[in-house]
Design a protein. Structure first.
Length: 515
């Protein structure tokens, strides 16, 4: 593998029927439901036909600027109808879609752009100077660019199919890692299309669904929603740029039925629902990722949205999603994160790479057509993470997470290698400490840091309770050996751009004391 980390090829013979190109998902939807609502943002709605037509116009715009197959196009924008059209249009010319979070700071942005080496950048007026400061490539303001695309659209511009292959890279998705070095998951058309169809099937999306997406397209959780709704021929509402205060109102106005969440968003929704005076939106399903939902939050969602299913999932960007608890089984096996996606497999291996007996804990390894193509220009980490089966040569994702399988193939997640530790002779995980804390009424967020050279086991919580009350409540839920030595209550709890606990900030806060 060269320095560009060419994508690992995966046999997708078990993929659901249909084309294996990103834009074929949209084209299939147009052929079946051209007039159905496809994508809505704060400015309006497009049907599937309108979305496809705009994607063709953008593809023509790219070709007129010399963008070709394999070129990287960086976009730092909030999610919008235009961005969805640009995703499909980029795919049509065989270029690589590189979405970056609008909140990414200059220091991080520079290293990411250096890694991606784009031929073209797109942002808004506020971000133009920032993006131009980190690349020599042409940078376009979306407002001016879209005027030109609209003219092409009005003229009926169509992009004639070029030499786009199923194994071509469709997107680079930058993920946070344990180091400052950028880490972009290579996402080929074939694997992305397979994962989109398999996940849509596993979750049971329907043509009459309205999916409310609060997450940016720079995160795979948001990016895949625009593809899954194509597969289901249903509508997506893009809301990552809208105010928290109008969240529930917007959900009600658009009649949402499916809401992807992370724990922090779920807490916000239940808090708003508790204070709501009018009718709540007709949500039939919440899908969770990022971290386990505490039972108190699940109970609150069910209370305020009667009949709604709360679906547990497990996954990594490197394979999109790995398991899903079948929605009709949400009340069964409450500790499980579900079954492998259709057409994929989960293996539990020991340190020697051999399968462990059923029920025993080992590393979670994913195999199948959803395993992505490695890390962009990072062959060393690719080799460690995306390993070949020594017997078949099949690419397998070594997640670095630990878990077990039961006799029926359901996965039970135990934690990451970094989450697991020994203390006072007992093996434990930060996840169980956090879960116990989140079970305490009034705790809105919790993060545990394992013991280190400079500190013992530490728990941070966001709550109006005082630390002594939290500790007293924890004693009723945890064995003595698992009780944190330090418990700190924060009024301003740090989260990542994707709503997960910002552990590096918490570690810095702990190392820096009260300074």
């Amino acid at each position: 593998m060269d320095s560009h980390s060419d994508p690992i090829r995966v046999d997708a013979g078990e993929a659901p029927a249909g084309g294996q190109l990103i834009h074929s998902l949209l084209d299939d939807a147009v052929s079946e439901a051209p007039g159905a609502p496809a994508v809505r943002d704060a400015a309006g709605m497009w049907t599937y036909r309108e979305l496809a037509d705009h994607s063709h116009a953008f593809a023509a715009w790219l070709r007129a600027r010399g963008v070709r197959r394999g070129d990287r196009v960086v976009l730092q924008l909030p999610s919008s109808r235009e961005m969805v059209a640009m995703f499909h249009g980029t795919a049509r010319v065989g270029a690589v879609f590189v979405p970056l979070n609008p909140a990414m700071k200059q220091f991080h942005l520079r290293s990411v752009v250096d890694n991606a080496e784009p031929v073209l950048g797109i942002t808004d007026a506020a971000g133009t100077e920032r993006l131009r400061g980190v690349t020599d490539a042409p940078v376009h303001d979306l407002a001016g660019l879209w005027t030109e695309v609209a003219e092409l659209h009005a003229a009926g511009a169509r992009h004639s199919a070029g030499p786009v292959h199923e194994d071509d890279v469709a997107a680079l998705i930058y993920t946070s890692g344990s180091t400052a070095a950028p880490k972009a998951v290579i996402s080929p058309h074939r694997q992305v299309a397979f994962a989109s169809r398999a996940l849509t099937e596993a979750l049971g999306y329907r043509a009459d669904d309205v999916v409310f997406c609060r997450f940016p397209m720079s995160w795979d959780y948001g990016l895949y929603k625009v593809l899954m709704t194509c597969v289901a021929r249903c509508e997506i509402v893009l809301a990552d740029g809208e105010s928290d205060f109008v969240l529930l109102k917007r959900m009600h106005e658009t009649g949402v039925t499916v809401v992807p969440i992370v724990p922090s968003l779920a807490t916000m929704i239940t808090g708003l629902a508790r204070r709501a005076a009018g009718a709540l939106p007709p949500v039939r399903m919440f899908t969770n990722t990022g971290a386990a939902l505490p039972q108190t939050t699940i109970d609150a969602l069910r209370k305020h949205f009667p009949g709604a299913t709360v679906v547990r999932q497990y996954g990594q960007t490197e394979a999109k999603r790995i398991t899903v608890m079948p929605p009709h089984e949400e009340l069964e096996r409450p500790d499980s994160v579900g079954l492998p996606l259709p057409g994929t497999r989960v293996l539990i291996l020991d340190d020697a790479g051999e399968p462990v007996p059923t029920g025993e804990v080992g590393e979670i390894v994913a195999a199948g057509p959803h395993v992505m193509g490695g890390y962009w220009r990072n062959p060393e980490v690719t080799e460690r993470t995306f390993r070949r089966d020594p017997h078949t040569g099949e690419a397998r994702l070594h997640t670095g997470d630990y878990g077990s399988l039961d006799d029926d193939g359901y996965l039970y997640f135990e934690g990451r290698r970094d989450d697991m530790f020994k203390r006072k002779g007992f093996r434990m995980s930060t996840l169980e400490i956090e879960s116990a804390a989140m079970d305490i009424p009034g705790v809105r967020a919790a993060a545990a840091l394992p013991p280190g050279d400079r500190h013992d086991l530490t728990l941070f919580v966001a709550t109006d309770l005082d630390a002594n009350t939290v500790v007293d409540e924890l004693r009723a839920r945890l064995e003595l050996a698992k009780m944190p030595a330090i418990c700190r209550v924060l009024t301003d709890f740090p989260f990542t751009l994707h709503g997960k606990n910002a552990r590096q900030e918490l570690q810095a806060l702990l190392d820096g004391g009260d300074k």
